[in-house]
Design a protein around this ligand. Sequence first.
Ligand code: NAD
Length: 320
Amino acid sequence: MTFTVLVTDRVSDEGLAPLLDDDRFRIETIDDSASDEFEETLASAAGLIVRSATRVHAGMMSRASGLKVIGRAGVGVDNIDLVAASKRGIAVFNSPGGNTNAAAELTMALMLALARRLPEADRSIREGRWDRARLTGIELKGRTLGLVGAGRIGGEVAQRCQGFGMEVLVYDPYLTEERAEQLGVRLVSLDHVVENADVISCHVPLTDETRGLIDASLLGRMKDRVLVINASRGGVIDEAALAKALHDGTVAGAALDVYEREPLSPESPLRNAPNLVLTPHLGASTEEAQVGVATEVAGYMLAALGEGDVSAAINAAELG
Ligand code: NAD
């Protein structure tokens, strides 16, 4: 039996090698999900692999009567209708581990850029200045990092920061003491993080609990000269409150990779906020991570279609 797997959104071929090298699979790569060719292949596909651009809605699934597995090369599955997939018995997989290192390294890049004021330094030279005295930074060594969330990415950030000589405090109500001990971090309350950390970095999913978690009141209680970073999900930090805290100096510097609305609106108060480094959701944007997420999803596709193993599916519990 041959399984047709339709791949769209420019997923890395190198990562898909386990499927490409297996005779049981016929891989059809069609980047334009609005094309007739895509629709024709969809009708006979057993598997569909997407990144974030293609919206896999109920209508699309109804035109794919043989579809058994959807793979998302990346973490967020907000572009896939999970309820519709479960109703049709379609297993949905994502690839949460493939971009962990990329996101952790971007966090370090943002932290160092803030500590040494790199974007400002670059801008000042290009504007013809040589501002050495004004651009004095701070060192990470000896300072305290406060992590909000220490799962895969937060854990990697903790280890890198320990390498820089930082002490690491963690607020994560779901992290076990055992895991905290393994990571060499101290589990504390959110208030403790807010009042004691020199650098605060968020690595939580966006949930009802974390939406707006870092609000005006918490920002107001942070240490003088605190640096705040969010490369997790937009909405965890109240953007208007952060812009105000940067303007009035309550927060010394901040870096954001993710936003309440993406792309960031031209009217966002963040665009004019001082001491703020902005990147356009680049956390997973490395060559290695694109291969990593594709490899992970190819492995799940192989197990699900080849061996009938859907235990790692996000909706495994709903599949019966
Ligand atoms: P993970 O699931 O491994 O870790 C999340 C951690 O947050 C867990 O330890 C969990 O216990 C903790 N948590 C959950 N609710 C919490 C709460 N209310 N308060 C404090 N902690 C809480 O996830 P991960 O792979 O480390 O990813 C973390 C975030 O980074 C996710 O939102 C993910 O979507 C995002 N991400 C962003 C990029 C990017 O491009 N910027 C790339 C990859 C991942």
